[in-house]
Write a protein that binds this ligand. Structure first.
Ligand SMILES: Cc1cc2nc3c(=O)[nH]c(=O)nc-3n(C[C@H](O)[C@H](O)[C@H](O)COP(=O)(O)O)c2cc1C
Length: 319
């Protein structure tokens, strides 16, 4: 099966906003990008449609929604489709308390029928694919049989692509950050799922922090999704993109920085604060000579025109 999602960048709140995605796209022409989670309520009740804004260069880009009411999710999915997104992804993996109190995110795993209802309502509403991002399980609902039933039920509802963060979520007593570190990763469970659901596109996520680890997983699943590493070291994403798609024209770090400047200029003209964009550049020289000076330079950058002029004058390390 040839996968559309061989390489993806994970949805990350306060990270993968539209500025970040534009920048990552410069380094990675072929990956699928995901928005931060946006709640269906923010779009449908709050009419906060500005949250849907994205740049045409971001394609392919998926909107991630949070929610648990089929009707509201289907209306939010329609808003996303009309805005031009390539896919709508339902978050069934976030363990934060705020999300649990709205009873969605990872907590929804305990209600597979409800998730299936949400998926079918969204599929009814739009023509673009509806996908689900989830975990191996939650709390003591952590057997392989539970996961198998869960995936079977969303598959029966019509979902064809499932992203699995390869660890379970612990819903009480563990912060979202710890929930990305403490529960152990179990890639084999995701491989087993792929062999049991061979017609589904199964994407593996969690702990992929090197090119080798990511490439190795593609022997077992249809695609890999990188979160923290793609953000903290965006050039790893670029290298992986070149390796997987055979593209030799990966931008150098310096060139990617230069290509981002016209975008920053345009956004400044629209009133976007400079730091909102430059904060996503902090990892550009991760692990490279000059990385510390680069971060210091960005940290001390003044706002507005003065900061932009300093950016234009800056000679970034050429590695
Ligand atoms: C700062 C941060 C914010 C996140 N926000 C979301 C989110 O909005 N939706 C979601 O499904 N997962 C979210 N995640 C989880 C990631 O998508 C991913 O599943 C997790 O980080 C594991 O992948 P990694 O080890 O490659 O980082 C977030 C992770 C981080 C670090």
């Amino acid at each position: 099966m040839s996968s559309k999602h061989i390489l993806s960048v994970a949805p990350m709140m306060e990270r993968t906003d539209r500025h970040c995605r534009y920048f990552l796209r410069l380094l990675s022409p072929n990956s699928w990008l995901y928005t931060e989670m946006i709640t269906a309520s923010a779009l449908v009740d709050g009419r906060r449609l500005h949250l849907l804004k994205f740049h045409p260069d971001e394609h392919p880009v998926a909107l991630q929604l949070g929610g648990s009411e089929p009707e509201k999710l289907s209306r939010a999915a329609l808003l996303g489709a009309v805005a031009g997104y390539d896919e709508i992804n339902l978050n069934v993996g976030c363990p934060s308390e705020r999300v649990q109190s709205g009873c969605f995110g990872a907590a929804l795993m305990s209600e597979p029928e409800k998730v299936a209802d949400c998926v079918s309502a969204m599929i009814e509403a739009v023509e673009i694919p509806i996908t689900v991002k989830t975990r191996l399980g939650i709390d003591d609902l952590d057997s392989y049989e539970f996961l198998h039933r869960f995936v079977g039920s969303i598959s029966d509802a019509g979902c064809r692509t499932v992203v699995i963060h390869a660890r379970k979520a612990i819903l009480s007593g563990l912060s979202p950050k710890k929930n990305r570190q403490v529960p152990p990763l179990d890639y084999e469970r995701v491989h087993r799922l792929k062999s049991d659901f061979s017609s589904l596109e199964i994407i593996l996520n969690g702990g992929l922090d090197s090119e080798e680890k990511a490439v190795m997983q593609l022997d077992f699943v249809d695609g890999v999704m990188l979160g923290r590493q793609a953000y903290q070291n965006p050039c790893l994403l670029g290298e992986l993109d070149s390796k997987l798609f055979g593209c030799t024209s990966m931008l150098t770090r310096e060139h990617a920085f230069r290509c981002f400047l016209p975008y920053i200029r345009e956004e400044l003209n629209r009133g976007t604060p400079l730091k909102v964009m430059t904060r996503h550049l902090l990892g550009l020289y991760a692990g490279r000579p000059g990385g510390r000076a680069w971060r210091r330079f960005l940290g001390e950058l003044p706002g507005g025109e003065e900061g932009f002029a300093a950016l234009q004058r800056f000679d970034p390390p050429s590695v």
